[in-house]
Write a protein that binds this ligand. Structure first.
Ligand code: BGC
Length: 449
């Protein structure tokens, strides 16, 4: 069982979270699932004429690169005569999808399959909702094939409760190569170099750093700044252990100051935009740099851009040795077990070499296999794979993307960070105090320690 899951909320906590989801404004108007026309192109053909079993799959993969990746899964499943019934909820980082999923489960209509990442497995599995995939995992030799971090994430009290797809790296700094070449710039390796590059970009009328004020995007940037402070050990003390000492530490204050200072190299006011729009600013040369998870690379590729040609990927300054990760997985709801055979086929497909290679190529991620075929990886993926392969001491579990702690704690921290980011009247010391009290309150209540 993953270390973060030690903090998973108990049954009462889950019921409370579910009830809150129902009462929240976001529940009143849940995001609309994508119309069939917006589904991956590959799905149309595979669905037609299919008479076999089908699986409803809830996910939030709706961008160009994400849809191509989903297309790989749909086609592989169709080859086994199983239909993928697409239930895509738009919204980066699954903000909307998480709420819809909770409401469906509460109403007794859980989908057969869901993209359900991280610590939350423990919560659903403890309620007996998830199908155990132990037989598939044993037959497929998953424990031996997977990176230990991925294997431990899938396990809940000794049972495998999800099928892994790929590993995303979050601490990427993308840069526009044409803009950098025109201005004679090199990707910054330190924050001093970053400031020099940003100043030159600004002088040339280019926005130095593309950024949205959407809460999860602000927090995604912030978690890379925390990692840059002093690596994964401190990062884990903060976001996995929720240690009061770590929240009082000068390094947190410093990361908050950096977040605020970075606004000076963004386009002001920083607007609330989807990550795909922000990625376009980098691709179009409107902005010179962009810090984002490598699902953005999946979209750059889908738009016809290639690594080391139109865009480059460096690490966020100070984080080159580290891998801030998010692992995508599919969990299956057991219900009355009538879908078990089809669900097990999908789990097998997720781990197959073809899907590991093709799906992850489109998705921008790397395979969950510790020794994958690296021959077709671009330099960004190779770098990500090499860094992740260095082991747990170099890996940091993403807070925002559900690898570090439970949903309630994550949502509270993310909301506070956004408030601080958009409101310059809130001081760094003030938000540090608020974050510390969130961590104190939530690590005391509702959780199984
Ligand atoms: C997920 C990715 C997804 C990204 C953007 C992350 O939380 O792990 O699969 O592409 O959000 O929505």
């Amino acid at each position: 069982m993953g270390e973060a899951k030690l903090r998973a909320v108990g049954v009462a906590g889950v019921a409370c979270v579910l009830a809150l989801a129902l009462l929240s404004p976001a529940f009143a108007a849940p995001p609309t699932p994508l119309a069939p026309s917006a589904m991956p192109a590959a799905s149309a053909g595979s669905v037609t004429g299919n008479t076999g079993p089908s699986l409803q799959v809830l996910h939030w993969w709706t961008s160009a690169g994400e849809r191509k990746a989903v297309g790989v899964l749909i086609n592989k499943l169709a080859e086994q005569n199983i239909q993928w019934r697409d239930f895509a909820i738009p919204g980066g980082a699954g903000i909307g999808a998480g709420k819809v999923l909770k409401s469906m489960v509460l109403a007794g209509h859980a989908p057969e399959v869901t993209q359900l990442n991280g610590v939350i497995f423990g919560e659903w599995a403890d309620l007996g909702l998830l199908l155990e995939l132990d037989t598939v995992a044993t037959q497929g030799n998953w424990q031996k094939l997977l990176f230990p971090t991925a294997w431990s994430l899938l396990n809940n009290h000794g049972h495998v409760v999800a099928a892994p797809l790929g590993i995303h790296r979050i601490n990427n700094l993308y840069y526009n190569i044409a803009v950098f070449n025109r201005l004679g710039l090199r990707p910054p390796r330190s924050w001093d170099e970053f400031e020099q590059v940003a100043a030159k970009l600004k002088q040339a009328g280019v926005t130095p750093l593309a950024q949205s004020s959407e809460s999860w995007q602000v927090a995604t940037l912030f978690e890379t700044l925390v990692l840059a402070e002093s690596g994964p050990a401190y990062y884990r003390e903060l976001f996995v252990d929720l240690s009061p000492r770590a929240f009082a530490d000068a390094r947190l204050l410093h990361a908050l100051k950096r977040l605020r200072n970075l606004k000076q190299v963004m386009q002001l006011p920083v607007r609330e935009r989807a990550w795909t729009e922000i990625a376009h600013q980098l691709a179009d040369g409107e902005a010179g740099m962009f810090i984002m998870g490598d699902w953005a690379k999946g979209d750059f590729n889908a738009w016809g851009l290639s690594a080391d040609q139109q865009f480059g990927c460096a690490a966020v300054p100070g984080t080159a040795d580290y891998h801030l990760y998010s692992i995508d997985t599919l969990a299956m709801f057991a219900d009355d077990y009538s879908h078990q055979p089809a669900q097990e086929v999908l789990a097998q497909i997720a781990m197959s070499p073809a899907v590991q290679s093709d799906y992850n190529k489109f998705k921008g991620a790397i395979p969950v296999w510790r020794s994958p075929d690296t021959s077709k990886m671009d330099s960004c993926s190779l770098n990500s794979w090499r860094t992740f392969s260095k082991g747990a001491a170099f890996q940091a579990p993403s807070l925002v993307h559900r690898m570090a702690t439970d949903e309630t704690t994550k949502d509270a921290i993310v909301a506070e960070l956004r408030r601080f980011f958009v409101d310059d009247q809130i001081s760094e010391a003030e938000v540090q105090r608020k974050l510390a009290s969130i961590a104190r309150a939530l690590s005391r209540t509702g959780k199984v320690e």
